[in-house]
Design a protein around this ligand. Structure first.
Ligand code: PLP
Length: 486
């Protein structure tokens, strides 16, 4: 084989122009039609693969064909950016955020450290400081962007454990590091905490689940009792996790009280604000987050309530030395930053699991700078107001019941009808609404009841969309009733 004398996979300028204009046209078409689409395509397993060419082409295919198939993939997707998509915690991406991801991919910087991705590293450290300042945590916050809240929570728990273990667990291993170390969180905490405890080898049983009050906030009295009981048993409490916006109902734990307990028992205090921390940008909600600044670490996902495209999570902390400890024990020769000192020797691999890392900061930076913090805060406040409006609509209607106070932007409610098994009825309503494509709600269990759950982290949603969602639920209930009578 002759040796290559010119680039093999580059394309000529005309072809490059075609790839970029066709791709941009498709994105433009998507973003300008998203609101008119059905929220969720009518779909079944295998439909996507049946609609595209599944043979791997040996000789390549034209960009026109591929863009056509991309359109099919888009058409067959669920549209999280639709104004009536309220499931889980999934926000639309802003247009500028989507294009920022394209720019980052074109540059293809690998943000392992300053040496390898100098501009990207500086930008990431800047946006981490911005995020810390935005939520009132720390104007000089340290941290890193992650794939999401689960990864941020897992890193936080490892840092916490290593900080408090008092043994060189990195060498000795957990099995050789003394009695079990326990952590504390409410029954409403996100599943990623127990999952991280499992992955990190602490064991799910070491996550002590604390009951909540009637508003789904952690019972601090029970927390204190459990920590004391565990200590008496010879266990070693090391961390308390507070939620700043629970995934089910969006409530914020009493963070200042948790900070007091953490200080009293010398525990690491982690706050999971993956969903809710940006809620602190709303002046009317700021008070809920008092005490956040005292957390040792905070998770916050720009890909949730800052409208940045997936993936962009973030872990913030005050103490960079504590955060480095579990990750920077030994550097292999091939990653040593020879000849660099101070800021230029900075490496993200010292703070997390990943070595190769996407240039996530660009889309966070572009989104925040394009709109400015005021407009982003306004969008968040509007989401909160719309969730409150939904809460008012369901509270004032005879055929609905509000199941939890609307604290941030999540509203949990159910349809009520006499003589009905309300759990089963609402489950079927949810399925019907989801399949119908007019709106999309997910579910939560609130005080043992099946709830329809709307999480509004969606800058496209308007008052009319909220009203239409209520109409879609009523329509589904009527249809079920009619089917029953038939
Ligand atoms: C409170 C909370 N924490 C953590 C997570 C996990 O985030 P991710 O899906 O980005 O891993 C979620 C996801 O919804 C969440 O709501």
């Amino acid at each position: 084989m002759s040796l290559r004398t010119q680039s093999s996979l580059d394309v000529n300028e005309d072809d490059l122009e075609q790839i970029s204009s066709e791709s941009t046209k498709l994105v433009f078409e998507y973003l300008t039609t998203i609101s008119e689409r059905s929220v969720r395509a009518e779909n079944h397993a295998g439909k996507t693969l049946a609609a595209i060419d599944t043979e791997l082409s040996p000789d390549g295919r034209s960009i026109e064909q591929l863009i056509d198939e991309c359109r099919t993939v888009m058409d067959l997707s669920r549209h999280n950016g639709h104004p009536r998509f309220f499931g889980y915690v999934a926000s639309p991406s802003t247009p500028v955020g989507a294009y920022a991801d394209l720019i980052a991919s074109a540059l293809n910087s690998n943000i392992t450290c300053w040496r390898s991705g100098s501009a990207g590293t500086e930008l990431e450290r800047l946006v981490v400081r911005w995020l810390g300042a935005l939520i009132g945590y720390d104007r000089d916050a340290k941290g890193l962007l992650t794939s999401g809240g689960s990864m941020a929570n897992m890193i936080a728990l490892l840092i916490a454990h290593r900080r408090k273990s008092g043994v060189d667990t990195a060498r000795a291993g957990l099995w050789n590091s003394g009695p079990p170390m326990t952590l504390y969180a409410s029954e409403e905490v996100h599943l990623s905490i127990a999952k991280a405890a499992d992955i990190l080898g602490f064991g799910r049983d070491q996550v002590r689940v604390i009951a909540c009050d009637e508003r789904q906030r952690i019972r601090v009295d029970l927390l204190r009792q459990k920590i004391e009981a565990d200590r008496r048993e010879g266990l070693r409490p090391f961390c308390v996790v507070g939620s700043a916006g629970t995934v089910n109902t969006g409530v914020v734990d009493p963070l200042a009280e948790l900070a007091d307990v953490a200080a009293e028992f010398d525990l690491w205090f982690h706050v999971d604000g993956a969903y809710g921390a940006p809620g602190s940008l709303d002046e009317r909600k700021k008070h809920l987050f008092a005490g956040l600044e005292r957390a040792d670490s905070v998770s916050l996902d720009p890909h949730k309530w800052l409208y940045v495209p997936v993936d962009a999570g973030c872990l913030l902390f005050h103490d960079a030395d504590a955060a480095r400890a579990p990750f920077s024990a030994e550097d292999a020769d091939y990653i040593k930053t020879h000849g660099y000192a101070d800021e230029e020797a900075f490496a993200f691999w010292d703070y997390g699991v990943e070595l190769s890392r996407r240039f996530r900061a660009l889309k966070v930076w572009m989104t925040l700078q394009y709109y400015g913090s005021r407009r982003i805060a306004a969008a968040i406040s509007e989401d909160i107001a719309l969730a409150a409006y939904l809460g008012e609509l369901v509270s004032s209607a005879d055929d609905f019941e509000l199941l939890a106070p609307v604290e941030l932007s999540i509203c949990c409610f159910r349809y009520v009808a006499s003589d009905a098994d309300l759990d089963r009825l609402n489950e079927r309503i949810m399925e019907l609404v989801q399949k119908g494509g007019r709106a999309y709600l997910s579910n939560a269990t609130v005080n043992g009841k099946f709830a329809l759950r709307a999480c509004i982290t969606n800058f496209r949603t308007t008052k009319t969309d909220i009203e239409e969602t209520i109409a879609a639920v009523r329509e589904a209930a009527k249809k079920l009733d009619a089917d029953e009578r038939r």
